[in-house]
Every structure is written in structure tokens, then in C-alpha cells.
Ligand binder design. Sequence first.
Ligand code: AMP
Length: 322
Amino acid sequence: MHDLADAPRVLATPGALRLQSERWRAAGLSVALVPTMGALHAGHRSLIARAGSECDRVVVSIFVNPAQFTSGDDLARYPRTLRADLAMLAAEGVHAAFVPDAAAMYGAGFATGVQVGGAVTSTLEGAFRPGHFDGVALVVAKLLITARADRAYFGEKDAQQCAVVRRLAQDLDTGTEIVVCPTVRDADGLALSSRNVHLSAAERAQALALPEGLAAAARRFAAGERSGPALAAAAAAVAAGSPDLVLEYVAVVDEESFEPLDEVGGRARILVAARIGATRLIDTLCLGAADAPTTAFVVGATSPVGPDVAPAGRSRPCSVPS
Ligand code: AMP
């Protein structure tokens, strides 16, 4: 559906994005939104490709949202590669790049907050990064309102964020379908992340204990284990083999509510977060879905992390439609 020859139109203000989207919609074209913080990689590219295959026009937002950072240091350290990002968007045939600065998003006198309640924001990432999901909810609400997209695309790697966004889109009747895309991994199994550039070779090797731990839990699950704490312990035991990996949490939760599960019945998810050096990493796998596996790989994988493996783009995420 793309005209691959076109570079994306760069839009710097919410008003310009709204106008562009309204023009497309008036012409009968469907609009996709892919929210990102830039430093784009193949994980982002998979979202963009899916958006382009399902909608007539694709907007990618690039905004390092200060409201969702809980530590100023992390915000300052976040990689910024705008020139390369725009080149990638051009190569992907993206129609518009929304690249606002903080003043354009949160102007003088800005005083509005958006808060999603419940376990979905209070546990795990919400507990370790207080206020993080308020910032996510605020920026996503603003992007959904502004872009008037038919569909918005998010990555399963940030599964808790997906659950928060689904809740928000449903509660606020945004009219945007939330689409969750599978996690894209490097060949060694590490989930792609903009933060991976900060890992030294030694740190990266230790970080592999995260996907390997999830794979161990998935194997236990496939063998019949249904105790949430036992499955989490299987992943934690692998992570314990990496001495510099500081685990923040490993948890098995209900896919939709994010309430912790003692027993896995229906759809469940195992999530892990850890620090290695100054870098914080998260990863996740779906447990118990009939349509598992949940993993996509950049290139032919040598160490699959799921109980089963499908080629990139063919696996389906463990998600519940909004
Ligand atoms: P970020 O730029 O890190 O905020 O990510 C923007 C979007 O890309 C989010 O919806 C992420 O979940 C998604 N994303 C990030 N990494 C990956 C990955 N490895 N595979 C699939 N989606 C990803």
C-alpha cells in the first residue's frame, strides 16, 4: 500500500498531525499510528511493516517522552538517532513522521494527567517505575486523540504497556484498534531494544539469561507445570547464573488484568525485568495460549526462547483484542 519512493513528511506539532490525518481520512484512506521513542531497530520495523500491510497511510511518532521517565539520568542517556531513524522510515515507505519536541507536546501551562487504575499499572513495571504508566497513558492518549488513527501498533515486548494502552483505548472510546505485534529478537534470543546499545559484550552475554530463563519456564509449562511461583522460579534460577544481572522481578500474571497467578489456567504471561550495569532490560513470553509461540526472530535463530518457534511475522502475540 506504500509508495516506497516517498520520504516521510515530517510533522512537528500535534496540530499538523491532526490536519494530515483528517485529510487522509476525508480521502477515504485508513490511518495507522506506530508510537516510538526513536533509535529505531528491526522490532520497530516489524510494527511499521504490519501497519503498512493493514492500513493505507502510516504515521510513526518519534518522541522521547519525558513524562514516562522516572529517572532524569535514564532520560538523558536514552539513545537519539533521528537522522538514521528518518532514513529507515523513508526506506520503509512511511508516509509521515511525527517528531514533536516536549514543548509541542506539553506546552506552557500544561496541567492534564491521565491515569489508568488497577493492577495493570500498580504491579511490576508500575511498582519499579512509579509514575511511568501515568506518563505512558498521557502520551498515548494525546497521540491517539491527535492522530485519529484507525489502528495503533505496539510491541508485545512491552506487554504491560500493551495492557495499559488497551485499557485506556477501551475506557476512553478512542475508536482506535490496538494491535500487538510479536517480539523481535536477535539470533541469540535477546529481545531487540533501543537500550541494548548500552550493553558491553560481557553484559550482553549475561543478559541472555533473561530469554533463556523465560525459555526454561516455557519448557516447564509445556511439561505440565501450572504453578505461577514455580514457573517464575524456573526463570529466576537461570538468571541467577549471571552474577551481574540484578533481577527486579520475575512474575506470572493474568494476561489481561496483570494480577499475579498462583495457578495458570487460561492465558498467562511470564515477565522479567533486570538491571545489568546501568542498563535496564525487560522481556516476556506468553504461557498457555493455544496460538503460542509468541516469538519472532530477526534472522534464523540459533537459540529459540519459546516452547516452539515460528519465523518472523508468522507468530501471533498472546493478546486479547480490545
Ligand atoms: P520504544 O521506542 O522502545 O518505546 O518502542 C516503540 C514500540 O516498539 C513499542 O510498542 C515497543 O513495544 C515496540 N518494540 C520495541 N522493541 C520491540 C521488539 N524487540 N519487538 C517488537 N516490538 C518492539
